[in-house]
Design a protein around this ligand. Structure first.
Ligand code: FES
Ligand code: FE2
Length: 418
């Protein structure tokens, strides 16, 4: 696809998706510039991951390797982890603590803002060699990103055009994230997962409530049946989604009996995996809430399991997820272990989420050589999008994703809904 061509959307409401969008390498390249380097806020990491001056972590935003770190004054900076000299990865570790960042190849040295502060033998040796007279270190800083912190969540952007972060997230999402991040965050674990599919199919999957109790047999059998109440909220631009379910009686603590919570109780051995310890306030209704942020993040609350997922595209055919599992400083040991144990629900090898990777791979395999085919998104209706749906049987947030995607990519159909 050239930059002037459009995706051929069969309908202006995104209720039909050409399956070529998951496979086209030119489209993938364009996404890097127009989305991941475009006017969006990307999820970078959690502030609690780098609590001390000098702490750093590495991550990926789209195809850009990045470092985020805290300087001596406590300010967080982020920059592209690609050496200005010959393009080597500067920081090879996942995390650490350092006052500066030295590239292993020729030892060029960068400060926490990404500024180039040292070039070995810049003046040569004994008057011979070295860089040219015109060389100025300030011309060769690492590419910087803007960083914002919302409730301990770090967001980054390459663009100066990005709207303010809270406006980007919208009121429903900011309210939810505020409730979710209700204490001083403590990181309690990481997991990583690879999927052989396209990053957009994963972004759709976490916005897709329809599959929840159908694909995930554990859910349908023991916990949230297809008839369990739930619904969807979106921001006004339909970039992000908050999908939730409200299983009956799941907020009585301590649980009176296993049967209050579990369907098919006779075949369910241990109710702890579904136990909910109240922590969000009496009026919090969600048994599970999956909050997907455009373009690269998911915030999950599955019972007491809290985690972020960073979506990292790795070509049209592959993606990586980084799961960061967290609790709060004032959790007791029992709650900390409970949160970790419940990663067995929504984690990469969990009773619930392990099927998602399989479903994405099934789609990818079948459509790879049939790019002329089209997917269907009609659950919850067609036509204009709403910000709320009082049912789990909907695919509205997937259409919202494509609507904003197309706006950024410049591939909207005539009279596109937004
Ligand atoms: S590539 Fe980094 S110093 Fe040469
Ligand atoms: Fe799923």
């Amino acid at each position: 696809m050239s930059e002037t061509q459009s995706i051929r959307w069969p309908r202006n409401d995104y209720s039909r998706v050409p399956n070529s969008v998951y496979h086209d390498p030119d489209l993938y390249e364009l996404e890097q510039r127009r989305i991941f380097e475009g006017p969006v806020w990307m999820y970078l990491g959690l502030d609690a991951e780098i609590p001390n001056p000098g702490d750093f972590r590495t991550a990926w935003l789209g195809t850009n390797p990045v470092v985020y770190n805290r300087d001596a004054e406590g300010t967080v900076h982020a920059f592209v982890n690609l050496c200005a000299h010959r393009g080597a990865i500067v920081r090879r570790e996942l995390c650490g603590n350092a006052q500066d960042h030295v590239c292993v190849y020729h030892q060029w040295c960068y400060d926490p803002t990404g500024a180039l502060v040292g070039v070995p033998f810049a003046r040569g040796i004994a008057g011979k060699g070295g860089v040219s007279k015109e060389f100025r270190r300030e011309d060769h800083a690492l590419r910087k990103l803007r960083v914002e912190n919302f409730r301990g969540i770090l967001f980054a952007s390459f663009s100066d055009e990005t709207v303010p972060l809270t406006e980007y997230l919208g009121p429903v999402i900011t309210a939810h994230l505020t409730r979710l991040m209700h204490g001083k965050v403590r990181i309690i674990g990481y997991q990583r997962q690879k999927m052989r599919g396209n990053w957009k199919a994963y972004a759709e999957n976490t916005r897709d409530q329809y599959h929840g109790s159908l694909l995930h047999k554990f859910l349908g059998t023991f916990f949230t049946k297809t008839t369990t109440l739930g619904g969807l909220h979106m921001d006004p631009r339909h970039r992000h989604s908050l999908v939730y379910s409200t299983p009956a009686k799941t907020f009585d603590a301590p649980l009176a009996t296993k049967a209050d919570l579990v369907h098919n109780v006779d075949s369910f051995a241990d109710e702890r995996v579904l136990r909910f310890i109240p922590e969000f306030g009496a009026d919090y209704e969600y048994g599970n809430a999956i909050c997907s942020l455009f373009p690269n993040a998911v915030f999950q609350q599955i019972r007491n399991n809290l985690a972020t997922r960073q979506i990292r595209p790795k070509g049209t055919d592959s993606l990586e997820l980084l799961w960061t599992i967290f609790g709060f400083e004032d959790d007791d040991e029992e709650l900390r272990k409970h949160r970790l144990m419940q990663m067995n629900l929504g984690g990469p090898a969990g009773f619930v989420a392990s099927e998602d990777g399989e479903a994405i791979e099934l789609v990818h395999k079948a459509t790879k050589d049939r790019r002329d085919t089209v997917s269907l998104l009609e659950m919850g209706g067609t036509g204009p999008l709403t910000e709320f749906a009082p049912t789990r049987m909907n695919e509205l947030a997937l259409r919202g994703f494509w609507s904003y995607y197309s706006e950024l990519m410049g591939t909207e159909p005539p009279n596109a809904i937004r």
